[in-house]
Design a protein. Structure first.
Ligand SMILES: Cc1ncc(COP(=O)(O)O)c(C=O)c1O
Length: 474
């Protein structure tokens, strides 16, 4: 962008390559059109325009539009946009060393980050780290580790799970077929069981966690006797709060049940906290609420508040068995990202982020439960769920997958597909970014963990107004 700024003196200009040389777009709208023309159609977007600035709970577009951000860039900017301490740590690191390649030497931020994360690990056995760039890479690394360490090939993931879009993680992803359409053959050796979510078992939303757990563990035992023998099974991978699948916290008994099966058969338990970690679901890591010990813990997103960084944590006793060179990557554990992550860990403690998560979570649940209790809206709202500030509302639909067999399908009320995206669109029109998720009609709330009471109220009001309008228009 620098030559563009130097030539035009205006931020909104961008080069448009033409046969005869460079031409420049001259407005925010033109730059947006330029993007539409030149950025792959394989990338979807929920808003028009170009995001130019972020501060705390708000983002600003080039055309001046300001939005309250209840997406955090899909659960990443947990401490708000451009947290001053985090941005400063990264800027300072840029003046020291930007690329200290991890296979050439240690970098100080990499090691300082481990010092800061060790006390936050959900189990004291988790003491050996490898940092990569993205969540999907962390998943790929975990697959490799599980296969090397057990000498077995198969991996069990959950129906509804999302683990990424690269080849190994895509094969484990079972939330939507659109992630793997026309990609076959996928990585072989992947099996799945239903996550303990009522939809996955064809049960109503009122199904108790004990029943959902029993059903899922029963399917796991069947799978291990009918499709993948424990002798061939390297790992079970689970998001302790199902993300893309609809924002469903796993019952403690289910996680304990998975641990017991893994212990019985020498299978590794991989806990994917790429989205639910770093306070998002109410504790540093959601798994700590169950007391279950992961063999491999995956993290990313909130770890560096927007700088690309992911982590694979395991036991030294296990990682000592990996041959040097079996893990690596040119940009893995970049020192600028690690310096930012050190500042995130400090701010997290100094600013008592978890206390705010508890308070704002109560406020958000109260607002959403209030809508669910409203008799004019009640028939349209199936469920309010989540943990901490990883919260969802699910709307009723007469056209959900398998609606004819699903006890949650509304009786005597026709609700067309797309209610969640209509509500999210209204919120966007009213100045708040909100995402949908899953194959069901779900909107997800992922506000900054340090959001103020006032901004949370503003977001809840915008949402309530949007739901009312969509119901009126239905
Ligand atoms: C639970 C989980 N695992 C893995 C990923 C993949 O992470 P990334 O998009 O950084 O590759 C995601 C992304 O949303 C996720 O939510």
């Amino acid at each position: 962008m620098l030559p563009i700024l130097a030539r035009s003196g205006r931020l909104v200009r961008s080069p448009l390559l033409q046969r005869g040389g460079l031409r420049y777009t001259s407005s925010a709208a033109a730059l947006n059109d330029f993007g539409k023309h030149h950025v792959t159609n394989g990338l979807g977007r929920i808003t028009e325009g170009v995001m130019a600035k972020g501060s705390g709970s708000y983002v600003e577009y080039l055309d001046g539009k300001k939005m309250l951000d209840f997406t955090c860039g899909i659960g990443v900017t947990n401490l708000g946009h451009c947290h001053p301490k985090v941005s400063k740590a990264a800027a300072d690191q840029c003046m020291n060393i930007v690329h200290a390649q991890c296979s050439i030497a240690f970098s100080e931020p990499y090691l300082r980050l481990i010092e800061k994360l060790l006390p936050a690990m959900p189990h004291s056995s988790l003491d050996s780290f490898f940092f990569w760039n993205s969540g999907t890479e962390a998943v790929e690394g975990a697959i490799k580790m599980a296969r090397i360490l057990t000498g077995r090939q198969n991996i069990i993931s959950m129906q509804g799970a999302y683990h990424g879009r690269t080849y190994g993680s895509m094969a484990l992803t079972k939330s939507k077929t659109s992630y793997s359409d026309r990609q076959a053959p996928l990585m072989p050796g992947v099996f799945s069981i239903p996550f303990p979510f009522w939809h996955q078992h064809g049960l109503p939303p009122s199904a108790p966690p004990s029943v959902l757990t029993e059903q899922s563990l029963y399917q796991l035992h069947l799978l291990l006797s009918q499709q993948t023998s424990p002798k061939d099974t390297a790992a079970i991978i689970v998001e302790p709060v199902l993300g893309e699948g609809g924002y469903i916290p796993a019952p403690k008994e289910f996680l304990e049940g998975l641990r017991a099966v893994c212990d019985q058969y020498g299978i590794l338990l991989i806990i994917d906290e790429v989205q639910s970690g770093f306070g998002r679901a109410g504790s540093w890591f959601f798994i700590e609420q169950s007391g279950v010990k992961p063999d491999i813990l995956l993290m990313a997103k909130g770890l560096a508040n927007g700088f690309p960084l992911s982590g694979i944590v395991s036991r030294k006793e296990l990682t000592d068995k990996l041959a040097p060179g079996s893990m690596g990557g040119t940009y893995a554990g970049n020192p600028v990202s690690c310096a930012a992550a050190c500042a995130v860990a400090d701010a997290f403690r100094e600013e008592k982020i978890l206390d705010n998560v508890q308070a704002r979570s109560k406020q958000l649940f109260a607002a959403l439960d209030g809508l669910k209790d409203d008799q004019t809206l009640a028939p349209y709202i199936l469920d309010v769920r989540g943990s901490g500030l990883m919260v969802a509302m699910e709307f009723a639909s007469s056209e959900a997958p398998g609606a004819a067999f699903d006890p949650s399908t509304p009786k005597g009320l026709s609700v067309k597909k797309g209610m969640a995206s209509r509500v999210a669109k209204k919120c966007i029109e009213k100045g708040m970014l909100l995402l949908t998720t899953s194959v069901y009609e779900v909107v997800r709330f992922i506000p900054p963990l340090n959001i103020s009471e006032e901004d949370m109220k503003k977001g809840c009001d915008i949402f309530a107004e949007s739901v009312r309008e969509v119901v009126r228009e239905s």
